[in-house]
Design a protein around this ligand. Structure first.
Ligand code: ADE
Length: 418
C-alpha cells in the first residue's frame, strides 16, 4: 500500500483518539451500521482531500464500511493529526498522504497521489481536488460520478467554476445545507477558534478587545463565543445586512482601520484576501495577536508584514512574533492558517457528526444518481437535512411536538384570519 505519513509508531494513540471521537458521532455511526449491511458504495474508488482528523477518520471508516475503496490527502498543510494519519494506515488499511507541517510542494504532491487512485468520486474541503482535476488532471473527469464539497470557500470556488462554464463534474455543496453550516460553521468554528487561540497563547478573553473580521456563520460563532468568555467584541464587515445583524446582535461594528488600534486579538473569518493589511498592523498595539479561521491563509497580509518587519521569531508553538521598525511586535498564530485546526483539534466530533453524516449520505445519493446529473453545483435535498436533524435530536434525547390535524389544515389554508 502506498502512503506518506509522519510516523507509523504514532498509530496506537491515533486509534484511541479516533475511538474517542466516535462516541460523539452517533448519527454517523447509525449510517455506518446500515452501510455495512447494504454496501451502497461497493467497489467505489473515492479520493478525499479533507483535514486528517479523528472525526474525518470516522467518516472514512463509514465510507469503507459501505464498500468504498478510499484514500485521503490533507486539505491544509497544517491540519493533519499525525497519529490519526498513522492509525488510518496501520490499523484501518486506508492510504493517507498527509504530514502536519508539510511544505507546499509536498502538499501538491500529496494531492496528486490521492488522484493517482483514479477516483470515481472525490470529496474536498476547499475544492483543491476539483481544481486540480479541471486544470492538470483532466483525464480523470470521464471516470468521475461526482464530487462533494465540505466548506464555504470551496463552494464559492465551485460556483465560480460553474458560472465560468468550466465545471465538468456534478458537485454537491455539503456546506450549504442547514445541518452543516448552522452547527459546524457557527458552533464548531466558534468554539474551536477560541480553543486554538487559548492553546497557542493562553490568552484571557475576559475584558479584552477581540476584533472579528466577517459576520458569516463562522464569524457569528466566533463573536458570540468570545462575548460569552467576557471579551469586548468588535465586528468588521463589508456586507450592510450582516453589519446590521451584528449591530443588532449587540456588537460594535466599525471598519478595520478604526478597530486596528483598539484590538488585543484579531480573528479573520471572511473567506476573502488581505482583510488585515500592513496599514492596519502599523497602527495596532504592540503585542497584538492576529489569527485566521478562514479556509485559506490569505486573510492577513503576511508578505507585507514580513517585508516591513526587521525580524521575526517563533516564541511559542504556533506563535511567531514580528518586530516592526518602531519596535512594536505583532504576533501571528499558525502562519495565518486555520487557527482552530492548526493549533487545536478543529471542530468537536459532536458537530462533525452532522457534517459528515451529510457527506456519507450524499456519497450514496451520487451513486444512486450516477449518469443523471448535470455538471453543476447541487444542494442537498431537504429530506436528507430533515432526516439528519431528527436522528441528531434523538441521539440528544430531545423530543418535539407534532402538528395536530387542525394546525396542519391551518398552515395549508389561507382563509382563516384573526
Ligand atoms: N473542519 C473543522 N474541524 C474539523 C474536524 N474536526 N475534522 C475535519 N474537518 C474539520
Amino acid at each position: 500500500m502506498n502512503y506518506d505519513v509522519k510516523d507509523l509508531s504514532l498509530a496506537p494513540m491515533g486509534v484511541k483518539r479516533i475511538t474517542w471521537a466516535e462516541r460523539d458521532m452517533p448519527v454517523l455511526r447509525s449510517i455506518r451500521e446500515r452501510f455495512a449491511r447494504e454496501l451502497p458504495l461497493k467497489g467505489l474508488k473515492v479520493s478525499c482531500c479533507l483535514h486528517v482528523t479523528t472525526e474525518t477518520a470516522n467518516l472514512l471508516l463509514t465510507l469503507k464500511a459501505g464498500g468504498a475503496d478510499v484514500v485521503i490527502c490533507a486539505s491544509n498543510p497544517l491540519s493533519t493529526q499525525d497519529d490519526t494519519a498513522a492509525a488510518l494506515v496501520q490499523k484501518y488499511g486506508i492510504p493517507v498522504f498527509a504530514i502536519k507541517g508539510e511544505d507546499n510542494d509536498t502538499y501538491y504532491r500529496h494531492l496528486n497521489a490521492a488522484l493517482d487512485h483514479q477516483p470515481q468520486m472525490t470529496m474536498d474541503d476547499g475544492a483543491d481536488l476539483v481544481s486540480m482535476i479541471l486544470t492538470k488532471r483532466k483525464e480523470l473527469t470521464a471516470g468521475i460520478i461526482g464530487s462533494l464539497e465540505e466548506t464555504t470557500t470551496g463552494v464559492i470556488r465551485l460556483r465560480a467554476m460553474e458560472k465560468q462554464g468550466v465545471l465538468t463534474l456534478p458537485v454537491v455543496a455539503i456546506n450549504d445545507t442547514p445541518t452543516k453550516h448552522f452547527f459546524d460553521n457557527r458552533y464548531g468554528t466558534g468554539q474551536s477558534t477560541l480553543d486554538g487561540v487559548m492553546r497557542a497563547t493562553n490568552f484571557l478573553f475576559a475584558g479584552q478587545y477581540v476584533v472579528v473580521g466577517g459576520y458569516g456563520w463562522c464569524g457569528r460563532g466566533i463573536a458570540s463565543r468570545a462575548r460569552g468568555m467576557g471579551a469586548k467584541v468588535i465586528v468588521t464587515e463589508i456586507d450592510p445586512l450582516k453589519a446590521l445583524e451584528a449591530t443588532m446582535d449587540g456588537f460594535e461594528v466599525m471598519p478595520m482601520d478604526q478597530a486596528a488600534p483598539i484590538g488585543d486579538l484579531f480573528i479573520t473569518a471572511t473567506g476573502d484576501i488581505h482583510v488585515i493589511r500592513l496599514e492596519h498592523m502599523q497602527v495596532m498595539k504592540s503585542g497584538a495577536i492576529l489569527c485566521n479561521s478562514g479556509h485559506f491563509n490569505v486573510e492577513i497580509d503576511l508578505d507585507a508584514l514580513g517585508k516591513a518587519a526587521t525580524g521575526h521569531q517563533v516564541v511559542r508553538d504556533f506563535v511567531e512574533a514580528y518586530t516592526l521598525p518602531d519596535g512594536r511586535v505583532i504576533n501571528i498564530l499558525a502562519d495565518g492558517r486555520l487557527v482552530n485546526i492548526s493549533a487545536a483539534e478543529g471542530h468537536p466530533a459532536c458537530v462533525m457528526d452532522m457534517s459528515f453524516a451529510n457527506q456519507a449520505l450524499m456519497s450514496e445519493w451520487l451513486v444512486q444518481k450516477k449518469g443523471t446529473l448535470e455538471n453543476k453545483v447541487y444542494d442537498i435535498p431537504t429530506e436528507i437535512d430533515e432526516h439528519i436533524s431528527k436522528l441528531k435530536l434523538a441521539t440528544m434525547n430531545v423530543t418535539i411536538d407534532t402538528m395536530t390535524p387542525e394546525q396542519q389544515k391551518y398552515l395549508n389554508g389561507w382563509e382563516m384570519g384573526t
